[in-house]
Design a protein around this ligand. Sequence first.
Ligand code: T5A
Length: 217
Amino acid sequence: MFLVSFEGLDGSGKSTQAHLLAAWYRERGFEVELLREPGGTDTSEIIRDLLLDRERRIDPFAELLLFSAARSQMVTEKVRPLLEAGVVVICDRFFDSTTAYQGFGRGLAEPVWLNAFHRQVTGGLVPDRTYLIEITPELARSRRQGRSEDDRMEASGEEFYRRVYDGYRWLAESESDRVRCLDGSGSIQELSETIRRDAEALINGTGRAGSGNAATI
Ligand code: T5A
């Protein structure tokens, strides 16, 4: 079954679109599970609390390993069994976040090294489709205003978010078969309609990036 991921800066509107797509799949009779990263399992949620706690000092490489540890647990415990049971799995973030935030944002590792590492972490599991909601760091920040205090990642500063943005741009260009880059400054409705059209094509097999049977890759 399909594995779909959503990517973008904090506040880009990923979660909104992930929920709308899940509802659309359900209306069409699919069983759907929506998971967030880091998170999705009890163990991964504990790792999430560590990672987002702004009082905690975490070494950048330890940060990369912790995000990946949370992902490994989620893939083993949830994603693979669900895909094998015929459930559509929608992930609010997946390994592309690590490439953008830790690879580009923290300047930690080369994309080639990271790609090989991600394959180890997920056992080769790659999303059939990734929707990248692209907005500028400035618009992302304005959308986050009025929410609770910045978490540890959000407190990383403007320069950091500029590098993450560049990382996502790199991904959109280098993985253009799988990654659909969408203009996140459009309305929620416009974005949702674009995503639904692509999801329809994926179901019909005309817009397929992966095998459509992600668990067996
Ligand atoms: N991280 C994560 C890493 O560094 N490495 C990794 O490997 C992984 C997996 C997770 C943090 O961890 C980092 C990235 C993050 O910093 P999180 O709390 O899960 O943190 O936060 P996010 O995933 O960033 O999610 P957010 O909830 O902050 O933002 P979303 O999901 O992008 O945005 P959403 O949908 O909540 O919308 C934000 C606001 O904008 C409005 C919504 O109504 C909402 O108010 N909105 C729009 N407004 C106008 N037009 C639109 N098109 C809109 N769409 C949404």
